[in-house]
Design a protein. Structure first.
Length: 243
């Protein structure tokens, strides 16, 4: 049995992964932005899931969320699933929050970060970005390039912790829309597999995966100088270095 935190698990792929993993006998910690949003996962809580609450667009709430997780005890895996598609909170939610949670949650055995095929269109420049969300300076594609680079950077810095990025595909969730062509089950299968499987491939690190198959990410995601610049920017913004 594995204890797994899934951010952004009140709906969409996060909720689907939580439901599947709970059904498979794992301990699951679900996350919602507010306590009111926990009503969306009441059925999972009734089945034994634990819960944490915090707005990932807010640095203080993200820090408090990490404290809540640590108070629950060690986690075996974290699936950084939460994300937004548009608006000024794209960088805080999609990049800053997974960075800060990675830095603050007691080191798990595995890390999974939700990327997107759209990261291939991201810009590998960090100049002029507003990480606070006060104004929009980065696109969804940019944010997914950054979080993919984060996943690969963590795999380099923490060699004993498998860290991977996942493209879930364009699936019919609230974000993807009802006409999305990809398979919803395949959209959350890979992150569940990476978080729990004993398959040697699932225990590898530094990968970018699509439907349990490795793919090559944007070249910047594997660039150590780019990774280091990204980590330095995020450390300066949050006041929390990634040790």
């Amino acid at each position: 049995m594995t204890r797994i935190l899934i951010t952004g698990s009140a709906d969409g792929l996060g909720r689907a992964a939580a439901e599947t993993l709970l059904g498979d006998g794992h301990q699951v910690i679900v996350h919602a932005r507010t306590s009111q949003r926990l009503t969306a996962v009441q059925d999972l809580l009734d089945r034994g899931a634990a819960s944490v609450v915090g707005d990932l667009a807010d640095l203080d709430e993200t820090r408090a969320l990490a404290d809540q997780v640590n108070q629950l005890g060690p986690v075996d895996a974290v699936i950084h699933n939460a994300g937004v598609y548009s608006g000024p909170q794209v960088l805080p939610v999609n990049v800053v929050a997974p960075y800060l949670l990675t830095a603050l949650i007691h080191r798990p055995r595995r890390l999974v970060y939700l990327s997107s095929g759209m990261h291939l269109g991201g810009r590998d420049t960090l100049s002029g970005l507003d990480w606070t969300g006060a104004r929009r300076t980065g696109s969804y594609s940019d944010s997914k390039l950054f979080v993919t680079a984060l996943a690969v950077a963590v795999s380099r810095l923490w060699p004993g912790v498998p860290s991977n990025a996942v493209d879930p595909g364009w699936v019919p969730t609230r974000m993807g829309g009802p006409n999305a062509p990809d398979d919803l089950r395949l959209g959350h299968l890979t992150q569940e597999w990476l978080a729990t499987s004993d398959d040697p491939r699932a225990r590898s690190t530094g990968g970018y995966w699509y439907h349990q198959q490795p793919r090559e990410p944007h070249p910047a995601a594997r660039s150590i100088p780019f990774q280091d610049r990204l980590l330095a920017e995020l450390a300066a913004h949050t006041g929390t270095p990634l040790s």
